[in-house]
Design a protein around this ligand. Structure first.
Ligand code: ADP
Ligand code: ADP
Length: 228
């Protein structure tokens, strides 16, 4: 599903964020990516959906050679990768439903299909009654649910999440984790960078720890392993 072979990333300012990453993630896995601030977690995540290009190495995501893909094929690739961010990244002037629909409009899905599918995923994330709310009329947890609905709407094989609970209180974080678990139970691969120690230690999923741009731990039923 996801494979990185000898992946390196040096930013234009000379900072080397990743220093030789080799990893394989199978279809259906749920993987936490942990490590200190500045370790390279976000860079690792950004390379998977081609927000950044590697300086060296090969990256496959769902059959796409992400590091070599042509510009015009990036939208097709992104359709199969849902991305969720710490700060939700919803468009503030659009309603919840319009934010979710937007992800289907960019791939030119038929209008009727969009309407149907948006309703379905909004119900799946527990917001069937909030279709017409603007983001600022929703709580943080609800906004993150909308963002997850947007990530799911095109039925991606993978969801990649960068600190999705980073702006949420503990109870709301658990609700979001339950939602991600439910999505994973239905077969979607999930890769999630997080500083949420309690979540990682409770869920006992695969844990990849990154330090100084290298994978220093890869555990089947892992623990968070840091004191922050
Ligand atoms: P983490 O997500 O683990 O905090 P990052 O991947 O964000 O780590 O950052 C890894 C290193 O790369 C850090 O030293 C950071 O300052 C640097 N870095 C991240 N993004 C950029 C960028 N766009 N330009 C230059 N340096 C960056
Ligand atoms: P159940 O309670 O039967 O396990 P869930 O609450 O897990 O069902 O899911 C509710 C509905 O959403 C089900 O019809 C399920 O098939 C659907 N569903 C769950 N995850 C996804 C997904 N990633 N993509 C599409 N549909 C999904």
């Amino acid at each position: 599903m996801i494979e990185m072979q000898d992946v390196w990333k040096t930013y234009p300012n000379g900072v080397s964020a990743l220093n030789g990453i080799d990893v394989k993630i199978d279809r259906g896995e749920f993987v936490y990516v942990v490590g200190p601030s500045g370790a390279g977690k976000s860079t690792f995540i950004k390379l998977m959906y081609r927000e950044e290009k590697p300086t060296k190495g090969t990256i496959f995501v769902n059959g796409f050679n992400v590091d070599r893909i042509r510009e015009r094929k990036i939208p097709l690739m992104r359709r199969q990768i849902g991305v969720v961010f710490q700060d939700f990244k919803l468009l503030p002037q659009l309603t919840a439903a319009e934010n979710v629909a937007f992800a289907m409009e960019v791939i030119e899905a038929p209008r009727k299909k969009i309407k149907q599918r948006v309703k379905e995923v909004m119900e799946l994330v527990g917001l069937g009654d909030k279709l017409n709310n603007l983001p600022n009329q929703l709580s943080g947890g609800q906004q993150q649910r909308v963002a997850i609905a947007r990530a799911l709407v095109n039925n991606p094989a993978v969801i990649i999440a960068d600190e999705p609970t980073g702006n949420l209180d503990p109870d709301t974080s658990w609700e979001i984790m339950q939602l991600l678990n439910k999505i994973n139970d239905h077969g979607t691969t999930i890769v999630m960078a997080t500083h949420n120690k309690e979540v990682v230690n409770t869920m006992k999923r695969r844990v990849l720890a990154i330090e100084d741009g290298k994978i220093v731990r890869d555990e089947r039923q892992g623990v968070y392993g840091y004191e922050d």
